[in-house]
Ligand binder design. Structure first.
Ligand SMILES: NC(=O)c1ccc[n+]([C@@H]2O[C@H](COP(=O)([O-])OP(=O)(O)OC[C@H]3O[C@@H](n4cnc5c(N)ncnc54)[C@H](O)[C@@H]3O)[C@@H](O)[C@H]2O)c1
Length: 351
């Protein structure tokens, strides 16, 4: 296969301090494609702020800059596009790219700002035969992959419960909940019950995110998932991900602990495996997506896997709205958190 022609939608603007108003994730994607230059070539970008696009093109050393991404898709004969805009734009951009004859789309997380949007993106990719992947890059981190290896080797027996702690289940939590899918072999959930607290407005990349959450999930294989955070920075899980098995526990990034530790049942001592250095996670992730595209394999970042976590996120918000358990498949179209704010059911105070 000749080099893939790569384009970008939404370049962002580099600034000294990245924040919830601009992280310029496209630069991380650009660095990854540069590291993969034997397989791909960056040829064009589109940003409604022309100077953002121009600065990006100059930084990565290519010419073509558009202010209309549809024009770029129509003219540039791209093989692959990275979508690095805020989440409310992911759905229309993914759908347009699917219809433009692209082979692969690498889109930032979270998938979409509504459950209906996430499903429409999946349907558009399926219909067009496009590889659609999402930047859940933690799947390539050495602590996380070593934990999976320990689990698969039986270090803690059979998996019974997964736990995660995240500031919100939507914008950041998509990573956490995606990692539960990773450990549970991409098993879909059967139901979710959840409650959220949203007393102070927290807009992240343009989307509302709750202040506190408590979510319980049962997966189709009987494994439970528990996602919870505390108030004022102290949380009950105190760990990025905890894996609880019949014969022990694995912790990935426990608060105040090493990147990874595990404790067989009956032992008082934690075992701390020696870990090599992390690869650049986004280069590893995009490299894997490209390898899978070339070999016709499903990538672990595939839309079908991303949908499992996304259904839990919007299902948990729906459970809060309905005040009850939500059985899957999730039959809603909107984002219940956004809808509750719009209707006045939730009235977060302005910061
Ligand atoms: N994977 C991660 O770890 C991680 C970390 C931070 C952010 N993110 C995600 O990355 C995504 C992008 O966030 P960001 O902060 O990097 O974005 P950003 O604000 O830095 O850049 C977005 C760019 O999109 C442009 N844009 C807006 N509308 C457009 C349109 N119609 N056509 C073309 N360009 C348009 C804007 O002008 C801006 O330059 C978000 O979904 C966010 O959740 C992921």
């Amino acid at each position: 296969m000749s080099k893939l022609r790569v384009g970008f939608i939404g370049t962002g603007k580099r600034k000294p301090q990245r924040d919830a108003l601009g992280y310029a994730m496209a630069y991380d994607h650009g660095n990854a494609y540069r590291a993969l230059a034997d397989q791909c070539e960056m040829v064009a970008c589109a940003d409604i702020v022309e100077e953002n696009g121009r600065a990006f093109a100059d930084y990565f050393g290519f010419e073509k800059v558009y202010t209309d991404y549809r024009e770029m898709l129509a003219k540039e004969k791209l093989d692959m596009v990275s979508i690095c805009t805020w989440m409310h734009l992911h759905e229309p951009m993914v759908v347009d790219a699917c219809q433009a004859g692209i082979k692969a789309i690498y889109c930032e997380k979270p998938m979409a700002n509504t459950w209906g949007g996430a499903r429409r993106m999946a349907a558009a990719a399926k219909q067009a035969g496009v590889q659609l992947t999402f930047n859940h890059q933690r799947r390539y981190g050495v602590a996380w992959t070593t934990a999976k290896k320990l689990l698969d080797e039986g270090a803690i027996g059979d998996l019974q419960r997964l736990e995660a702690e995240c500031p919100n289940i939507y914008e950041f939590g998509t990573h956490s909940i995606d990692m539960l899918s990773f450990y549970n072999n991409e098993t879909p959930a059967k139901w979710v019950i959840g409650q959220i607290d949203y007393r102070t407005e927290a807009l992240v990349f343009g989307g509302h995110t709750e202040n506190q959450n408590l979510v319980l999930v049962e997966y189709a294989n009987g494994v439970f998932g528990l996602i919870a955070n505390g108030a004022g920075g102290r949380g009950p899980v105190a760990c990025f991900t905890r894996l609880i098995g019949t014969d022990g526990v694995i912790e990935v990034y426990p608060v105040g602990g090493p990147a990874l530790r595990y404790r067989p049942a009956g032992s008082k001592e934690w075992i701390v495996p020696e870990l090599g250095p992390d690869p650049d996670l986004i280069t590893a992730a995009i490299g894997d997506a490209i390898a899978c595209l070339k070999e016709g394999r499903k990538c672990q970042l595939d839309v079908s896997n991303a949908l499992i976590g996304t259904e839990i996120i919007f299902g948990a918000y729906e459970s809060s709205r309905r005040r009850g358990r939500v059985d899957f498949p999730l039959e809603i179209d909107d984002n219940p958190l956004e809808a509750m704010v719009a209707s006045g059911d939730l009235k977060p105070a302005k910061r």
